[in-house]
Design a protein around this ligand. Structure first.
Ligand SMILES: Cc1ncc(COP(=O)(O)O)c(C=O)c1O
Length: 410
């Protein structure tokens, strides 16, 4: 019998006697399969930046996923999984001449772009390649809008793909990113309207693309907002909007159109958790007379919880499941004041009885944890990670968890 994802993670977290991040590979595989069943026509290219962990990448590649790589180093890591290079694209619009040449040498033939300058560089250093042009979105409705640094307008996309065609590249596609942890269906509707408009404008210039890249942005379900309130994105409705949008674009295009997606956090966030420990629960009077509790943990912004500016995480204190609670600001161990949930302004309930050394589990911490970990800010080393999977036989009833501990190298 298969244990559910939470039970698998709980077992691994219970077994951990020191700090680490635990990835549930079976949970990640299940999440990938669920995504395919919601969007069967979509070719998934996992956004590696969200979890560049070899075991995670390999389990996704083994199931048919490709990769959205943001640099030659990510391309090399993707290739180590054995994935065919045709299933890797260079999804970063920001790249140097040397980056482009190296990606081309490694065999990558599909590149994101959003400017005629970048197109000229791709034509020079990756001649004959396929390019897709990223359209700018507002990022509204997302916890992290990715709006200002990337993407161009509809009219510019026409210019960019026209320049690509003139330079001997294939103007192959359009892409969007609705913003990471997008919470609204409206953002997806607007993205599809923009894509439809741009397809029409391209047709007027005699350019027919063969695919649309819908980017990332699909949410995780296990987060709390800065105030500690559960984030509840309308995921089922989002999938329905995306399916409708794909139909809309196929109708506008008139010719066959493939769809690619680059999910990151959606595939991994809820299937990773951190085993950390309590440093201390304190109570301090501020200069204005207010008394505030602070709970300091061994893991914070610089060693696993980089996204704590926008999020707070569900905490489990396995030694204190009942008992009185106090409202405390949760913070990491470093001497940086940003190393606190909601920059130190949003207390959440924690058990009053916690003491130094008590284990604490930080849930839904599987995305952007290993990749945003510093190399040892303040002397706090990157967390090692452990991957577990359900190794029960299909016919059997015993469930065992297999895990190995690894510390990420540079
Ligand atoms: C180009 C691109 N694709 C995909 C992603 C993954 O986004 P998410 O984790 O929100 O799915 C990102 C995130 O920054 C990105 O920049």
């Amino acid at each position: 019998m298969y244990v559910d994802a939470d039970a698998r993670l709980s077992a691994a977290l219970t077994a951990a006697s020191s700090d680490r991040i635990v990835f549930d590979l079976t949970g990640i595989e299940g999440q990938y399969e669920r995504l395919l069943s919601e969007l069967p026509d979509v070719d998934v290219r996992f956004a590696m930046k969200a979890c560049p962990v070899d075991e995670v990448l390999t389990c996704l590649a083994d199931r048919g996923a490709g990769f959205d790589a943001a640099s030659p180093t990510e391309i090399e890591q993707a290739l180590r999984t054995g994935v065919p290079v045709a299933r890797i694209h260079y999804g970063n619009t920001v790249k140097s001449d040397a980056n482009i040449a190296e990606a081309h040498r490694l065999g990558v033939r599909t590149f994101a772009t959003d400017s005629v300058q970048d197109v000229a560089a791709i034509a020079a250093h990756a001649p004959g390649s396929r390019v897709f042009c990223r359209l700018a979105t507002s990022g509204d409705g997302a916890l992290w809008g990715l709006s200002r640094k990337f993407g161009c307008s509809r009219d510019d996309a026409v210019r960019v793909l026209d320049a690509a065609r003139a330079a001997g590249l294939t103007p192959a596609g359009l892409s969007v990113h609705v913003g990471s942890q997008q919470m609204t269906c409206e953002a997806w509707r607007q993205a599809f309207d923009l894509l439809a408009d741009t397809l029409v404008a391209l047709h007027e210039q005699g350019i027919a693309v063969d695919h649309i890249n819908l980017g990332g942005g699909l949410p995780a379900l296990g987060y709390l907002d800065r105030h500690g309130t559960r984030l509840d994105p309308p995921l089922d409705k989002m999938f329905a909007v995306i399916r409708d949008g794909m139909e809309q674009l196929r109708a506008v295009n008139g010719a066959p159109l493939d769809f690619v997606m680059e999910p990151g956090r959606h595939l991994v966030a809820d299937h990773g958790a951190i085993r950390a420990h309590v440093y201390r629960l304190t109570s301090r009077q501020k200069s204005d007379g207010e008394r505030v509790h602070w709970l300091y943990l061994s893991s914070g912004k610089f060693n696993g919880l980089y996204e704590m500016d926008q999020l707070s995480y569900r905490l489990v204190f396995p030694r204190h499941v009942d008992g009185p609670q106090v409202s405390a600001v949760v913070a990491g161990p470093t001497c940086d004041s940003d190393d606190a949930y909601g920059s130190g302004h949003h207390p959440v309930p924690v058990p009053e009885a916690v003491t130094s050394g008590d284990p604490v589990w930080i849930l839904a911490a599987g995305a952007y944890a290993t990749s945003y970990m510093t190399q040892g800010f303040n002397g706090f080393p990157p967390l090692p990670y452990t991957c577990v999977r359900d190794t029960s036989s299909l016919a059997g009833t015993d469930t065992t968890l297999a895990g190995t501990e690894t510390t990420r190298g540079n």
